[in-house]
Design a protein around this ligand. Sequence first.
Ligand SMILES: [Zn+2]
Length: 221
Amino acid sequence: MELASLLASSVRDALTFWLPVSCAGCGALDIDVCDGCRAALVPRPVSRVLAPDLTVTSALAFAGPVARVIRALKEEGRTPLAGALAPALRAVLHEVPPDALITAVPSTRAALRRRGYRPVELVLRRAGHRDRRLVGLRRATRDQRGLDRDARRQNVGGAFAARPVAGVPVVLVDDVVTTGATLLEAARALRAAGATGVSAVTLAHTPRCGDLGGEPKVIDT
Ligand SMILES: [Zn+2]
């Protein structure tokens, strides 16, 4: 582990020890996630076609307690929340073919330095899956938040490269899908590296997915 990451995680552990715990979804005291917020994390999978060759299935709608729990995991160092989010991710991964490789979309370098951990990888691990880290960044990208769809596409265009995966299906995993620009670009890199089929799953989807066209299709799991 890099020194910066090690320090970040030491500081985080110290804070976790000293600060009183409150529900990441609603602020209720003395509990990581209260029963009400845990109920909001029960998966309700929705599938969307991002492109003719890429469908994304998301477990939750990114709103209310769901959004707050995901943000607390990502931005407040509350890594134990990976356990509360794991059932949702497990639900959208349960039909993954046994020979498929699972890989998370990489965090930006700045985010990784700031956090010292990979949130999606933590949730994957708690869901019983391993991140194969097949996709890497070829160049720096900006945080996608606050960018419109065209700017997002430009920001990640050609930004990813994948390790050779000839003849193997791959499932891409991310925390939240908004316009799908990041997933589309990562899928392109995987196909260029030889993946036979690429699909995508995310913990949550934002309403902005709607402007990709078509009504979200609710699927059974
Ligand atoms: Zn709560």
